[in-house]
Ligand binder design. Structure first.
Ligand code: BV8
Length: 290
């Protein structure tokens, strides 16, 4: 029985070894041509670090088990959010309606992500970046995740499409502050350390624009990549979901790794069903010919 760190993961589907090798061959051709690999990851990439996925966040049973795993003092408060739709919380309107509830939710996620560890899928993507650079190519990773586990696993080029749980900004001055203290923030919304003004997390809520510099980097990667990988995402949130489609339209070789089919699955070159922490290391092993 595989050792899952995230509770309630379904049993592993059969591994499609030939597809693993086809994916590795496509990546090998890209590296031999000193090409660019573009990658988009979603919450599924962090699921095996014990972080519930965004839409699975309120699979209450799984999340209560995960919260108990953490012996989180806030675990008893989880039902406070379990009756709320995360999409409603992750909006400016949700924050305006109940800034205390929303900032408590983000602080709870911030502390659980601080305690989480990168999983073998994160480490495999950091290794892929190293292989790309050694070959004289490039590897641009765009994540929808706000947990910084890619950076902590050693990936050097990580573009945060939807911001970060650890950066909060003063609502009046827009000054940003890193909040890395593992203790609860205590006051909600938390006060800025210099002005005392209330702060919000520097995440991109629904209805908010993504950082322009990240959009530009993504558009460049989509136009220049030879291989595009979509990993652990339901591919329903735009503009991130559109990057893989645009890469496929341009003729890039698109590889999807996801536990379940997505709207992208029909239009990619290879779609691998399974856990990213299991399949990514297998692709790297095939790439290294080991
Ligand atoms: C924008 C940060 C321009 C916060 C997130 C009406 C008004 C305004 C905009 C829209 C609108 N209608 C539509 C839109 C566009 C909207 C959108 O796409 N909505 C969707 C719901 C249809 N997009 C936006 O609003 C974006 N901004 O468009 O600006 C604009 C502005 C104004 C007006 C018009 C346009 C901003 C989007 C960013 C929102 N913020 N996160 C936070 O995290 O709290 S998005 C949120 O969803 C997370 O970032 C999450 O990562 C992301 C996507 O979800 P996934 O990562 O894919 O996670 P999910 O749970 O869905 O799926 C996980 C997958 O992994 C599953 O398929 C599962 O099977 C798989 N999996 C699980 N375990 C594993 C696994 N796979 C492999 N291995 C495993 N172990």
């Amino acid at each position: 029985m595989p050792d899952h760190t995230a509770p309630n993961l379904p049993p592993d589907p059969p591994i499609d070894e030939p597809a693993i090798h086809r994916a590795a061959e496509a990546i090998r051709r890209c590296l031999d041509d000193r090409g660019t690999i573009a990658i988009v990851t979603g919450a599924g990439c962090s699921a095996e670090s014990g972080i519930p996925t965004f839409r699975g966040f309120f699979a209450a049973a799984g999340n209560e088990a995960a919260a108990r795993l953490d012996n989180d003092p806030d675990a008893v408060e989880l039902p406070l959010w379990a009756n709320n739709d995360p999409i409603a919380l992750a909006t400016p309107q949700g924050f305006a309606r109940d800034p205390e509830l929303v900032t408590r939710w983000y602080d709870w996620r911030r502390r659980r992500c601080l305690k989480a560890k990168p999983n073998p899928g994160h480490l495999a993507l950091a290794e892929l970046e190293r292989l790309a650079h050694t070959a004289g190519g490039d590897c641009e990773l765009f994540t929808q995740n706000i947990d910084r586990l890619h950076q902590r696993s050693g990936s050097q080029t990580v573009h945060e499409l939807h911001g970060s749980l650890y950066r909060w900004r003063d609502l009046h001055t827009n000054e940003e502050h890193e909040l890395l203290n593992p203790e609860p923030l205590g006051t909600y919304p938390p006060p800025a350390p210099d002005t005392g003004n209330p702060m919000r997390p520097c995440v991109v809520w629904f209805g908010e624009m993504l950082p322009p510099e990240v959009i530009r980097a993504a558009e460049h990667a989509v136009q220049s990549c030879t291989v595009f990988m979509s990993i652990g995402t339901s591919a329903v949130v735009y503009p991130a979901a559109g990057f893989a489609e645009a890469a496929a339209d341009r003729g890039a070789f698109v590889i999807e790794i996801n536990l379940e089919p997505t709207p992208l699955s029909a239009s990619v070159d290879i779609t691998l069903r399974g856990r990213s922490a299991l399949l990514l290391p297998k692709i790297i092993a095939a790439l290294n010919g080991t």
